[in-house]
Design a protein around this ligand. Structure first.
Ligand code: C2E
Ligand code: MG
Ligand code: MG
Length: 448
């Protein structure tokens, strides 16, 4: 340590502390930057590359909440110990954020080699952690970058590793990525969309569109799913498949969702009173304890009956922080809001979850519906899902129905509800209201 800090007699224990993370005893961010700086100086005459990386624990926060802060600290100490033990002679590891660690490999010269190292670290961290009587499991993601020339400064190297980490995290848990220029471009595009979206949300420019959900047998519209739509002056129309994940990631999903729900409930007040409104909640909203309060306060303000509202959530949303999701779902159900499990069959479907959580409805993902005509396995899966829902007393809606033959088959299997382009595409509030007024199948009985 003394060597690292230099030999100046001015160095004291206090200076030492300034470079050490008190919880884990590893070096801190300052020490890490310092080390890179020195290595860059050393390599001024020597063209050999070296590698840095940032490692971020996936889903540490829910573990912290679940096991308690003390246990969280203990896990971080164990993580630090494992990482330190994995460093060979020249390599260093530091703790640079709450659940972020950084490593420096002076003798790693290629992208493949640093990937290999990072994968090994992730592997080491994936073994279970003892926390008192219990064990916890963690995964981690890593982003790496290589120093190739004197043009790379410490800041640049670290920021490249961060860009790569961001990329790794976006593509799932437990991944490793090495910085490329394309990542930088992609990250810039995301930031552009984020900024435009922030502006649009504060200007109230995201609109709800509504797609009909029908009773399959009678072909009667029984409700609508709200789907957010956004057209930006410069970017044009941006699909929710793009802007919703960005809104989640950058913390805009709360205000965006509140805006869309307010507009949607205002529109749905004018629909026949037996028609429900369905609304998607993002996984990150099921981690935020204020979500329930926000929804209820919007319903109160717009005067929309909570018993006409249905919330769609996905399995991913339940996995991130099951305890918090359960609390939010229970709060919503206690005022009569119905809860649907969306996109069933695509994620890490767990039947256990269907037992622990009570859902009012299950939506079969359109991937199954799309292949129902050609593919025997899909057919069997749909039949099994339908039988299960019947047993559990859940309603079912098959998503993405585009052809009559698909609808016929689903009816023959006993599927009650359907949604898809065959019955109608999503339309704005005005068009939806006009459709309802004109529709003979659903004569308009205006609510209160
Ligand atoms: P989702 O909730 O599964 O919504 C159904 C998606 O399938 C919609 O895509 C809809 O337009 C599309 N779809 C419906 N019928 C058909 C069909 O017959 N064929 C095909 N090929 N597609 C069909 P969209 O509007 O692009 O939305 C994508 C996803 O974005 C939604 O998937 C939902 O997860 C999310 N999303 C949309 N609006 C919101 C929102 O307000 N809040 C949140 N949190 N997520 C939203
Ligand atoms: Mg949905
Ligand atoms: Mg869906």
């Amino acid at each position: 340590m003394q060597r690292l800090l230099g030999t100046s007699p001015a160095h004291t224990d206090a200076a030492d502390l300034a470079y050490t993370d008190p919880l884990t005893g590893l070096g801190n961010g300052r020490r890490f930057f310092d080390k890179i700086e020195r290595l860059i100086d050393d390599r001024a005459e020597d063209p050999a590359p070296f590698a840095v990386g940032i490692l971020d624990l996936d889903g540490f926060k829910p573990i912290n909440d679940l096991f308690g802060r003390g246990a969280g600290d203990e896990i971080l100490q164990q993580v630090a110990m494992r990482l330190r033990a994995a460093m060979d002679g020249q390599a260093t590891v530091a703790r640079v954020g709450a659940d972020e660690f950084a490593f420096l490999y002076p003798l790693v010269f290629s992208e493949d080699a640093v990937c290999e190292k990072a994968r090994m670290l992730i592997e080491i961290l994936s073994a279970p952690y003892d926390v008192g009587e219990r064990t916890a499991r963690l995964s981690a993601s890593a982003g790496c970058s290589l120093f190739y020339s004197g043009e790379d400064t410490t800041d640049l190297l670290v920021s490249k590793a961060e860009t790569a980490l961001y990329h790794a995290k976006r593509s799932g848990r437990g991944r490793v990525a090495v910085y490329t220029r394309e990542m930088e471009e992609a990250a810039k595009r995301v930031t552009r969309i984020e900024q435009a979206l922030r502006r649009a949300v504060s200007a109230g420019e995201v609109e709800p569109h509504f797609q009909p959900i029908v009773d399959l047998r009678g072909r009667r519209v029984i409700g609508f799913e709200t789907l957010a739509r956004w057209t930006d002056r410069d970017l044009g129309s941006v699909s929710p498949g793009v802007f919703i994940p960005i809104a989640e990631e950058r913390g805009i999903i709360g205000p965006l969702s509140q805006l869309v729900l307010r507009k949607a409930t205002e529109a749905a007040r004018d629909w026949p009173s037996d028609m429900f409104l369905s609304f998607n909640l993002s996984p990150s909203q099921l981690v935020d304890h204020n979500t329930g309060l926000h929804i209820l306060s919007i319903l109160r303000r717009t005067g929309f009956d909570p018993r006409r509202l249905e919330i769609e959530i996905t399995e991913t949303g339940l996995m991130t922080d099951p305890a918090s999701a359960e609390k939010i779902v229970a709060d919503l159900r206690s005022v009569g809001i119905r809860v649907a499990l969306d996109d069933f069959g695509t994620g890490q479907s767990s039947l256990g979850r269907l037992r622990d959580f009570h859902f009012d409805k299950l939506k079969i993902d359109r991937a199954f519906v799309a292949s129902i005509l050609e593919d025997r396995p899909s057919e069997h899966i749909i039949r099994a899902i339908l039988a299960m829902c019947e047993g559990l007393g859940m309603d079912v809606v098959a998503e993405g129905i585009e052809a009559e033959a698909q609808a016929d088959k689903l009816i023959a299997f006993g599927c009650g509800g359907g949604q898809g382009f065959l019955f109608g595409r999503p339309h704005d509030a005005e068009t939806t209201l006009r459709f309802l007024r004109d529709s003979l199948a659903a004569p308009l009985r205006k609510a209160g």
